[in-house]
Design a binder for this molecule. Sequence first.
Ligand code: ADP
Length: 394
Amino acid sequence: MASVTLKDVVKQYDDVTAVDNMNLDIRDGEFVCLVGPSGCGKSTTMETIAGLTMPTSGTVHIGERDVTNLPPKDRGIAMVFQNIALFPHMDVYDNISFGLRLRNYEKEEIDRRVERAADTVQLHGMLDRMPDEMSGGQRQRVAIARAIVREPDVFLMDEPLANLDAKLRVHMRTELQRLHKELDTTIIYVTHDQAEAMTMSDRIAVIDSGELQQIDPPLVCYNEPANLFVAGFIGSPSMNFVPGAATATGFHSNDGQIEIDFEPSDVGVTPDQNVTVGIRPEDVYPAEQADSLANPTKPISVTTDVLEPMGDEIFVYLLTEEDAEVDIDDPNASGQLLMSVEPDSTIAEDEEMEVVLDRSKVHLFDSETEQALEHGIVETTGGAADSARAHTDD
Ligand code: ADP
């Protein structure tokens, strides 16, 4: 077990900055996922930790040791990659033990480690199988066992489940969590799949364009995204974004359809500031359910468009503007709002209805800096406070 620390790491390839001033502090025994879209610099960050790539500047520490200039074999790490490169002419035992045999470990020590690793990844009784007699998931487990026998301080895994089918991926996620619990080793795991990151990690490091956007536990990234990028990347389907501006009494969307009352100084905005409201599909409700919310917004008039029944919920695409068209590929298309409702909902397509937002789940972002300003508007609004006061005066 060991901590991993990246300090001011930059990796420049000609005119591409693959990693841009990365500072990461991964704790001893932690399971951290590096997530972000393709090309954001996840693999380069991982390769820098592994020693497969030298950073242009900055340092890498594993535990107390500065490993920036050490080759991969001296870093106390083991790697598992997307492409499972097993030796086809060797059985499972020989594949798992290959590295140990190369390093001239005693036969007894090799047997002990192979047995233990095979147990951990549940490959008992399969040590004499050849790779072509195994399923994709079993082969991936052999690759993981091969990493385990090295007894590394840190596991580095780069999209290890990407080539498996969807069902097996979900199963292997659970196995990796179990493995982490059992081995108690630091795991750094690269994936572009935010669902994988949400389910497995102690903390998620969200990366965009080579820059770390946020590193926090999954639910903190979900409930308190640091900026628009994290808000849009974490969560499926994505958060709705509504561009608009702050007014003296709250928020007014650019399309004029959505108003949210609040006291600007309470949420750190100034009137006229360009603000984007973020709201997740599960926090949009049909107006008749407003009574069940402690803090609903005013009703918003919409027309339903496409419905997507998912079995456990229905996604309802709503149009806030008459002439808007739904763009399912762009969840944040202007004039469009996605709502998730119960599976027994009777909402139909092309229906006029009113919806409300749960104010306690509304996120406010500065449209220019894209940074989060507020998560949840729960304070009594200026207007409501005024009317309450007026009532008392009576
Ligand atoms: P990810 O793993 O998030 O998909 P990468 O770390 O592979 O992203 O790549 C980050 C950026 O660096 C990309 O723009 C990629 O094209 C570039 N890049 C990666 N490796 C090299 C290389 N060896 N030479 C030049 N550019 C590279």
